[in-house]
Write a protein that binds this ligand. Structure first.
Ligand code: 16G
Ligand code: ZN
Length: 550
């Protein structure tokens, strides 16, 4: 009961703002930073309980609002695996974030703790929560609120890990719980070592040796640009020029960053005609999304970009992984490996065609990283990407140990220099390089760069893998977005009744037409996506579907 008294006392420090209604949503709580202290404090409590429930495993708390404006902030929880908070706990997160008084909060916690069989206080070891934040000015005070939340559960410790990218925090939490070295230094060390390893495995092809050209990076004026700058010193074979680091007066996510470039298809601030033809990469505000782009040589002053989005990054990764697996599959005793890719309904139809034509298993998941991740984890190697640039490559533990054993066996039997040994070594290095917890723009950049060097491709050549179908996205404001209910892959609407038939008859009017609607998981709108063989057709299709939603 001492526990209850201290909870009541600390929660009085964080009254909930009038009329605030929050939902954990697709990726944690988000909103105007000024309104979020009580929420963050309460998520602090939740994360301490989560740690206790899981035998005092380390939990991560990330304070960020990603690509949203600088005055917003948000909070999300990393489970011990480095993945997103288990969806089973989301309803509890919603309940406590919206509890209207300290008394209600305490009674919700009491009830939950009892239901989950969590014991507070008499554990040998208490809860441990690692806290990270992006560069937003509101981050520091919100972090204090989270610390107080964690600290209000007896015997819990909150550790401030500092300013980090979202994927860095997830990586560190995962490493910590696996008993591995888990500092930021270790994260960088891991990236540079595995990158080096992949560079060393590039085939030497005499006369057409690939020339390494400079990569221009747009850091979104956020944490990603700063971290990639820190990493640069330990990378060889990569020439980077980093812009929009936030140190030169630019505002976070304003006219810059992966979300802006992907949605608007124009150059970010700080880039222009002087960069025509150059290979460029854009990160989002917390560096968990990555897109590439270049300014075509026939560009005029409005500087439209040629965009290489998440789908195209996925295709490049799939191509490379498949090539390595093919080398292994030639081996008689080789085991049948299963490579699969996961996309969402937003994936450009041309990318899906391309991947299928490569002979890959393509599956679809609902929007939001947690859904894609879950499906990708079913394959031996599962690659997932959202068109917006969030994605990674997952290696199943059992498959990875098979690879590692194979690598050792080949060395032991004198096949250390064989093509097969190289292919196995590349796959192992990729599994170390690419973040196994969540999509990570930093590791993504390194993998794209080394693959391009490996196959000797320019960004233009890479872009030619397939040509995107023209598409259009719009949003419709509605009184109640929950009126729209979709199938699990979001490709068809089940409710309102009859709307899908109406959408289908619109789609039929267009060559290569495809369209869907879905309720946003982060905003109060219904989103409409359409694609067709021409831009005009995609636009009209999107607008006529939007009419049906209104
Ligand atoms: C969140 C998701 C992102 C998704 C977006 C969709 C994570 C880490 N982030 O930002 O993957 O694309 O929501 O937003 O899961 P929407 O539901 O508003 O369209
Ligand atoms: Zn992000």
């Amino acid at each position: 009961e001492i526990q209850i008294a201290s909870l009541l006392k600390s929660s009085e420090l964080f009254p909930i703002p009038q009329g605030l209604k929050l939902s954990y949503g697709t990726a944690g709580f988000r909103g105007d930073a000024k309104l979020l202290e009580s929420t963050v404090y309460r998520v602090g409590i939740l994360s301490a309980l989560r740690s206790l429930k899981l035998g005092s495993a380390t939990i991560g708390l990330m304070i960020t609002a990603s690509h949203n404006k600088v005055s917003d902030n948000g909070i999300k929880v990393s489970d011990p695996s480095g993945g997103m908070l288990s969806q089973e706990w989301e309803p509890f997160a919603d309940q406590i974030a919206n509890a209207s008084s300290p008394e209600e909060l305490v009674s919700l916690i009491r009830e939950f703790v009892k239901k989950e069989g969590i014991t507070i206080g008499d554990n040998k070891k208490g809860a441990e929560v690692w806290l990270g934040r992006d560069t937003r000015p509101s981050g520091e005070s919100l972090l204090r609120a989270a610390e107080i939340g964690v600290g209000s559960i007896l015997g819990s410790v909150a550790i401030d890990i500092g300013i980090l990218t979202t994927p860095q925090l997830h990586w560190m939490v995962r490493a910590k719980n696996k008993g591995l070295k888990a500092t930021e230094y270790d994260y960088f060390e891991n990236l540079s070592t595995s990158f080096r390893c992949l560079i060393d495995l590039i085939p030497i092809s005499g006369n057409n040796k690939f020339e390494i050209s400079k990569l221009l990076v747009d850091g979104a004026n956020g944490v990603g640009g700063q971290k990639i700058e820190e990493l640069r010193g330990s990378l060889s074979n990569l020439d980077l020029e980093i812009r929009n680091t936030g140190r030169d007066g630019g505002v976070l996510n304003e006219g810059v960053g992966a979300d802006f470039v992907q949605k608007e298809k124009v150059v970010p601030l700080g880039f222009g005609l002087k960069d025509v033809g150059m290979r460029c990469a854009s990160l989002d505000g917390d560096a968990d999304r990555l897109v590439y782009f270049y300014i075509p040589s026939d560009s005029t002053s409005d500087v439209k970009v040629e965009l290489l989005d998440g789908d195209k990054i996925l295709s490049l990764f799939a191509l490379f992984i498949k090539e390595q697996l093919n080398i292994l599959d030639d081996d008689k005793e080789g085991k049948q490996s299963r490579l699969g890719v996961v996309q969402t309904a937003y994936a450009n139809g041309a990318s899906t065609d391309y991947l299928k034509q490569l002979g890959l298993d393509v599956v679809f998941a609902k929007t939001g990283v947690k859904h894609l991740h879950e499906k990708a984890a079913e394959f031996d190697i599962g690659i997932y990407f959202e068109a917006n640039g969030h994605g990674t490559i997952l290696f199943k533990e059992s498959f990875l140990s098979w690879l590692v054993t194979k690598q050792k066996d080949l060395t032991a039997t004198g096949h250390g220099g064989s093509e097969e040994h190289k292919a196995v070594s590349r796959l192992v290095a990729v599994s170390n390089l690419i973040n196994q917890a969540v999509g990570d723009a930093l590791s993504g950049v390194l993998l794209v760069e080394v693959i391009l060097q490996h196959i000797g491709w320019s960004i233009q050549k890479w872009n030619e893998l397939y040509k995107d179908l023209p598409s259009r996205q719009i949003q419709v404001e509605v009184p109640d977005r929950t009126a729209v209910v979709t199938t699990s892959e979001e490709t068809e609407a089940l409710k309102p009744l009859g709307i899908q038939d109406a959408i289908n008859s619109e789609i039929k009017k267009y060559q290569r037409g495809r369209a869907f609607i879905r309720p946003s998981g982060t905003e109060d709108v219904v989103r409409v996506y359409a694609e067709a063989s021409t831009q005009e057709a995609a636009d009209t299709l999107a607008h006529s579907v939007a009419q049906l939603v209104k």
